[in-house]
Design a protein around this ligand. Structure first.
Ligand code: ADP
Ligand code: MG
Length: 305
């Protein structure tokens, strides 16, 4: 059985669930909301195999050597009371620790190398893997920020992991900037197309995105999407870096310029991949399911020998 842990209101969670149902896979869905609202759990050390989750009348025993696809979304901050906030926090901390300790496949393990909560740190990691990253500045100094923005077209984007749209920035936007508003992360604007690549172990599914907007997700005119094949070297670097970060599944954002250079922007450790998957007719879900199932199969054969 494959465990799918996530939130009922999350589109990606629902998308993969229905894919598995259509594929006839044996799954055990775990809805975090249900678990937090009316649930109870015991998360024993993986050695004794006695872990379980209870949601209302349904009790799910947790097999430590099974495969897990998890999208642990933290709703602690939006809970109506301190009590329910504590419950969410406790539930997530417990699940995270348990998923970290089990020997089975977890896509993705909660403590995999996930530094994209800090864009400057995240970007510096890519250079180590021989990837090209646009030049950037992270500063609270208005003079330095406006100087960077004046010297060539630049993008401003969230410095942390908070969701925000990237946009072009002008030097005069820093005229009344106060250091206590900072820090701000600016990056050289790369003119070209967007490339999004979903990496699952050795599987890579890439798409080229043409858009008039600086951030295609904020475009008013629908972007043009097409399936894309990456050059061998780019493909293998993405595979290598994904695995080195301890991730089984990652969504890479890149820009491809007119000279054919791939500029790496970020690696999403919990990719909301449903829209991309719909356009490639479920190919990403297929690779995800195969990754989870292959792991189960190899465990089964190890058991017998
Ligand atoms: N340096 C850049 N040059 C050109 N476009 C960029 C640049 N940085 C970001 N973008 C655009 O903004 C989008 C979001 O940026 P990204 O770095 O992926 O951050 P996040 O997805 O965390 O907001 C990218 O997919 C791309 O379309
Ligand atoms: Mg992105």
């Amino acid at each position: 059985v494959i465990y799918i842990v996530g939130l009922d209101s999350d589109r990606t969670f629902r998308h993969f669930l229905s894919y598995c149902v259509r594929a006839g896979t044996r799954i055990e869905p775990i809805n975090l909301r249900e678990l937090a609202d009316a649930g109870d759990w015991r998360l024993g050390l993986p050695v004794d195999g006695q872990s379980w989750l209870r949601m209302g009348r349904r009790t799910v025993s947790l097999d430590p050597i099974a495969s897990y696809y998890c999208r642990l979304i933290d709703l602690t901050d939006v809970q109506p009371s301190a009590g329910s906030a504590l419950r969410w926090r406790g539930m997530l901390l417990g699940l995270q620790a348990w998923l970290e300790a089990v020997p089975g496949v977890v896509v993705n393990r909660p403590c995999a190398r996930v530094d994209n909560f800090s864009k400057p740190l995240h970007e510096s990691t890519f250079s180590v893997f021989g990837m090209k990253v646009p030049a950037s500045i992270t500063s609270s100094d208005a003079g330095k920020l406006s100087e960077f923005a004046a010297s060539a077209p630049s993008i401003v984007k969230a410095v942390s992991g908070i969701r925000g749209n990237a946009r072009l920035v002008l030097p005069q936007e820093f005229d009344d900037f106060e250091p206590r508003q900072g820090p701000v992360h600016l990056q050289r604007y790369i003119k070209g197309e967007d490339v999004r690549a979903h990496v699952l172990g050795q599987y890579v599914h890439a798409e080229l995105i043409r858009s008039d907007a600086a951030d295609y997700r904020a475009a008013t005119k629908l972007p043009h999407y097409e399936p894309w094949t990456l050059p061998h070297i780019v493909r293998s670097r993405l595979i290598e870096a994904t695995s080195a970060f301890g991730l089984t599944f990652a969504g890479w954002d890149m820009k491809l310029d007119a000279a054919g250079t791939y500029w790496v922007l970020e690696a999403n450790p919990m990719p909301g991949y449903d829209g991309y998957d719909a356009r490639c007719h479920g190919a990403i879900s297929k690779s995800l399911l195969e990754t989870l199932e292959d792991a189960q199969f190899s465990k089964g054969t190890q058991h017998e020998t």
